[in-house]
Write a protein of this length. Sequence first.
Length: 349
Amino acid sequence: MTARLHVDLDALVANIAQVRATVSPAELMLVVKDDAYGHGLEPVVQTAAAAGVSWFGAFDVRTGCAVRDAVGDDARIFAWIAASRDDLEAAVAGRIDLGIGDADLLEELAEAARDAGAPVRVHLKIDTGLHRNGVRPEQWPAFVSRAAILEADGVIEVAGVWSHIAEASDSEDDDARAVYEWALDQATAAGLRPAMRHLAASAASFARPEFRYDMVRVGAFCYGIRSAGGPSADHLGLRPIGRLDADVVEVGGEYVRIGLGALEGLPSSLQRRATVGTPAGSRALVAIGGTESLVAVWPDAVVGDVVTVYGPGVSGERTATDLAEIIGTIGEEIALRVSPLVERRYTRR
């Protein structure tokens, strides 16, 4: 394969510093789901831990355990999907904080904790309108009351109350925050004193200070991936950490062929709509095949020339979000499409 994803770990550290400065005094939880947004889990979490990050958002328990293996015992790791009893037992054994948004799952987790003889930290999730596996408001008072009983019994520790928001409009997010504030009041009335309240992800953590609470869960911005339709990375003070390159493998009359196609991560819908960076400047991405693609030729093109699909380069290349906006999606989707078979190369000064 003649493509590779360059990952700038210095840019990651700089982005983390910018995010922390922006959201302070709220704590940063670095979200590392989907192999750290396709950049490689182990190098990312080890670099972040060395830079002072102590909270990691892992999405699922399997990823949470991989983070624990990579960074050791001191990190706090939050996972919000547990699909089986095995997951619950692994979370207890790995000292993973679990996001719980279902009454039956809370009981199953309590049983796993009793069997293990070890309490588990939980973050209770209220559904604020996005309908992502949270407890409905009408069921919330009973849910937090039951959690308080389990905490008093020493089975769980309620470490947090959390939720997702849509980040679709300020008014919708304000409505969601009102539900969240009500849920916090109900948790307090039930006798709970969660140390970590967290609601915001990347965009809201920057744009809406009132949404930061004790912690923010930031993924995309730490990787320098701006929100579609939002401010530029430069405006946010962030740098994309990934650059996707591919080598020219054949030079023809009107086109060059590069060793990267749809199977490695290029959405076929970008053909004839996007440009890529070449030694002679931007050129049209003409066709996308399974493993190879065609780019409009430039003078003196030769086999071995490097084409930058996205990320910082000599020709002002597009970002992952620039490409995403062409086809009506988000930058994370472009980053996550890069095949794990594409080599990751890490740089750190």
